[in-house]
Structure formats: C-alpha cells, structure tokens
Unconditional design. Structure first.
Length: 428
C-alpha cells in the first residue's frame, strides 16, 4: 500500500518562499566559504608568526643549554606541560612546534632534541588566540548580517516580480470570467523605450490576447444581432402568410417550422441583449413559491412543485425569473426523463429530472451556444439564456449531476434585506 505523500503548507509552494530559501542557502554557502578562507589565511599567518618567534627563542635556549648557562624562565629540559606529541618528536631527533596550555593560557611550544631528551620553551600565544577568536566572531556576525541584508533585498526584488505576476493572474481570471475589458497595463509594455523583462512580455501578450478576443466576440455578437434583426421581419411576414394557408397537414408543418424559426430568432435577440449588458432588471420583493408555481404551471402535470424549508422573501424580476424557470423546466423535459420536480427551499429553487444527467462539458464550463449532445434536439440556447437572465437578476445558477442520478439545476436568488432600502412591499 502506497503511503500518501506528505505535503507542506500552501505558502511553501510560492515563488517568494522558494526564492527566500534559495537566497538563504546560497548566502550561507558563500559566507561559509569566505569565512573558511579568511579564517585559514589569518590563522596561518598568526600561527606562523608565533612559530617563528618560538623557534627563535628555542635557538637561544639551545645555545645557552650547550654552553652550560642557566635556562631562562619558561624553558627547560622535558618541562612540565610540554605536549606529548611534541616531546616524542624532539626525542626522535627533530624540531617542532605546537600550541598548548601554559601558565598564562594558550602558548606556542617549541622543542628540539637534547641528549636524548627534549629541550623546550614557550611563548605567549593568548593574543593570537584572541585575534583568531575575535576574527571568527566577526566572520559569523558579518555573515549573518550579509545573509539578512541579501535576503531582504532579494525578497524586495522578488516581491516586485511576484506582485506583477499576481496582477497578471488576477487579470487572466477576470478575463476567463467574462470581463473582457480587464487589462494588466504593465508600464513597461506601454513605453517602447523601456527594456521589457519576462513578466512584461507575458503581461503584454495577455493584454493583446484579451483585446483580440474582445474584438472577435464583439464582431460575433454584432453579427448575431444583425442576423436576428434581419430575419425578424421576413419571418413575421412568413408567419402571416402561413396563417392564410388552407387547413391541412402541410399548413401545420409550415406553421410549426416558422414558429420554431421565430423562437430561435427571439432567442438570438435575447442573447444579443444579454451580451450587450443592456438588460435592466425590474427588481421587487417576492415570495418565491407562488412565482415558481405560476412559472411551471403551464408545463403540464408531469412537472410537480414542492415547497420545503421556511418561507423567504427574495428580490427578483418576476418576468425574468419566469423566463429562467421556463427554460430550465423545458430543458429537463426535453433532455432528461420524468419525473421533473421543482423544489423551493427558502431562496433556492431546484429543477431536477431523472435522465442521464448533464454532459461533462456543461457542468465543467457552463452552457455553450449551439452545442447539444443528444442527436441535435434543440439549438443549445435555453440554458445559455437561463444563465444570462439569472446573472441579470443577481441570482446564481449551478448545474450539477447528483450522486443518485439525474440532472439538477440550482437557482439561488438574492434574499431581501429589510434593513436596506428597496421595494416597499412583497409581491407575489
């Protein structure tokens, strides 16, 4: 059984955190490397100077010993405190030095062979030890200060980049949500004389893409509106001519097709108005249950309405709400399977059927115009209009497939707040 991978907090995945860790690690490595180099150089120089001084003193002590003169203090043959390794080196016939402990503290010992024994002397090394210790402390302190300063400067620089990246991401999300007027507006992209970094290039590309997409969508919307307007007049005449046909099956077929084309034209005109955002909702306070009952009453006995939960008051446009519910019920009847149930629960209205459920593309990205999944039944505009009208009245429309099967459209209406100024009385 594979163990689940341990994941750190979400903030550890940010570019700022990764940059901080990288800068800290690099500064620590660099500070350690420079500290080792400086420590080694200064220690070598300090120890070398103390060694030369001790060896010079050892030469004087050796000549005095060979002349039979008394040895000065701090010198002697096999003196107490002489490091064992240095004593063995001198007894073996070689000269050497070593740092050890002495009466005043750290001392530099120097020893040479003398009649099978070791003649040795020491010089004070406390000043050298203090110098190296102070140097080490200075290296550590300056390294910490350098790491902190570099980290702050680096985080400031990285923070500026991440802020620009976050701004670009926010604009991209606004564009994906339908706000095609959103732009990053990076100052580097607007001034050709300024050099552009990678973030400015991405921001400029996003702005260019949004502008191009906006132009194409506006051209498509204008084309849709123009076609619908141009079709409206001849279809009205065609409908009037169809009414003059003698009764019979051919006349019924003509009127049916003309009626379908008129409905499609009206849907296209409605979508054009929704795209242009010229629709103004006439909001008033309503109890949702009577509105829902009236909206689905014409659908037939196979559509049932039930009310659950406590009653609520909502602010909505009655005509647009009936349009939304009518399209949802028609979609459930046409593409789903009975029974179709409309449930009112406070400010939420649910339209549910027992069919195969919504297609995956629809639940993931919302309705798409002129796209159907059931062999071409309908023109794919009903849910698009329902979604647009829901947005116009401030409602939220969610399409989902319940776990126990079927398709469900949830319409959440804005509740009426009596503390806010609004329509004076409930309607319904």
């Amino acid at each position: 059984m594979r163990r689940p991978r341990l994941r750190g907090p979400a903030w550890t995945a940010t570019l700022t955190w990764k940059s901080a860790v990288f800068l800290t690690a690099m500064c620590c490595v660099l500070a350690a490397l420079l500290g080792v180099l400086v420590h080694t150089a200064v220690t070598r120089q300090t120890v070398g100077h103390a060694r030369e001084k001790s060896l010079d003193r050892l030469d004087l002590i050796t000549r005095a010993y060979e002349a039979g003169e008394p040895l000065p203090p701090g010198s002697g043959v096999d003196p107490e405190g002489l490091p064992g390794a240095l004593r063995a080196l001198a007894a073996g016939g070689e000269r050497g030095t070593a740092v050890g402990d002495g009466p005043p503290g750290p001392v530099m010992w120097a020893a040479a062979p003398a009649d099978g024994r070791a003649i040795a002397t020491w010089t004070d090394y406390s000043q050298g030890a203090r110098t190296i210790g102070g140097l080490d402390r200075a290296i550590v302190g300056s390294s910490l200060l350098a790491v902190a300063a570099t980290l702050l400067v680096g985080l400031f620089a990285v923070g500026r980049v991440t802020r620009r990246l976050k701004q670009t991401a926010r604009v991209a999300r606004r564009i994906s949500a339908g706000d095609l007027d959103a732009r990053v507006g990076d100052p580097r992209t607007g001034a050709p004389s300024r050099s552009q970094d990678e973030v400015a290039v991405v921001a400029g590309a996003l702005d260019t893409m949004a502008s191009s997409l906006q132009r194409r969508l506006q051209a498509e919307q204008r084309f849709t509106a123009d076609v619908a307007h141009e079709l409206r007049t001849p279809l009205t005449g065609l409908w009037a001519a169809a009414e003059l046909l003698p009764p019979g099956r051919p006349a019924e077929m003509v009127r049916d097709r003309v009626g379908a084309m008129r409905a499609l034209t009206e849907d296209l005109l409605e979508i054009s108005r929704l795209d242009a955002r010229t629709e103004q909702a006439d909001l008033s306070v309503h109890a949702p249950a009577p509105l829902v009952d009236r909206a689905v009453r014409a659908a037939g006995p196979e559509v049932s309405v039930r009310v659950v939960g406590p009653p609520a008051l909502v602010e909505t446009d009655r005509r647009r709400l009936e349009r939304v519910l009518g399209n949802l019920v028609a979609n459930a009847r046409q593409h789903g399977a009975p029974p179709v149930t409309v449930t009112v629960d406070g400010a939420t209205v649910s339209v549910r059927d027992r069919g195969p459920g919504f297609p995956e593309y629809l639940t993931a990205g919302g309705p798409q115009r002129f796209r159907t999944e059931d062999g071409g039944k309908g023109h794919g505009l009903g849910l698009t209009i329902a979604l647009g009208q829901a947005e116009a009245i401030g409602a939220v429309l969610t399409l989902r497939n319940p776990p126990d099967g079927g398709a469900e459209a949830l319409l959440t209406l804005p509740l009426h707040d009596p503390r806010q100024p609004g329509p004076p009385r409930p309607q319904g």
